[in-house]
Design a protein around this ligand. Structure first.
Ligand SMILES: [Ca+2]
Length: 197
């Protein structure tokens, strides 16, 4: 995203430093609309059981509320392993799920009470009852889903009302739209013919 502040890249969510953080775009033209997707590539398959999320520690902006957590072994086929709503505070959160073999992790931030932003001080993945997985080779990136449809109002449909000379609307079909009525298919024509007979 061209509008991401350079000091808050996705890599800051996995750098082991709780005072640096990833933040979605908040300057430039406009904030990227939610949901935001933070994707971590662990570069190797790992058995994962939990994700921890440490919000940024300096301000509440961007704390992830409702979320979906998805895992993938190949980066193409994703399974949601957890979803829910995280408490709106600065404490460390842990999301546990069924032990899954995965290489890619996709954290989808769906809501934020203050605005269309997401941020993360540190995100980690746990591989069992105890250990953090080694993060040396990991990489991360984030994207925002753009609306599929342009937010442009539709042109109003033009309605034409025809009145006969007597002043009484002709029925039926007094309203004619500017959209062309589709030609009935052969089978429809046959049905219409039968129903008229
Ligand atoms: Ca960090």
């Amino acid at each position: 995203m061209s509008t991401v502040a350079k000091s808050n890249p996705a890599a800051a969510a996995i750098d082991g430093n709780s005072s640096t953080f990833w933040h979605s775009a908040y300057s430039g033209d406009a904030p990227a609309p939610l949901p935001h997707r933070l994707i971590i590539d662990m570069k190797a398959l790992s058995a994962v059981t939990s994700l921890t999320y440490l919000p940024r520690q300096d301000k509440p902006n961007g704390r992830i509320g409702r979320f979906s957590l998805q895992l993938s072994a190949n980066g193409q086929d994703w399974d949601e392993v957890a979803s829910g709503t995280l408490a709106d505070d600065a404490t460390l959160k842990q999301v546990d799920f069924q032990r899954t073999l995965a290489r890619y992790v996709r954290l989808i931030a769906v809501t934020e009470d203050r605005g269309p932003w997401s941020s993360a001080g540190e995100i980690n993945l746990l591989g069992g009852p105890n250990p953090s997985l080694p993060r040396d080779a990991w990489s991360s990136q984030w994207t925002a889903r753009r609306p599929r449809l342009a937010m442009r109002p539709l042109a109003p449909m033009q309605l034409t009302v025809t009145f006969p000379a007597s002043g009484t609307p002709a029925l039926p079909g007094i309203l004619q739209t500017s959209r062309r009525t589709p030609t009935p298919s052969r089978s429809t024509r046959a049905i219409l013919k039968r129903s008229r007979a």
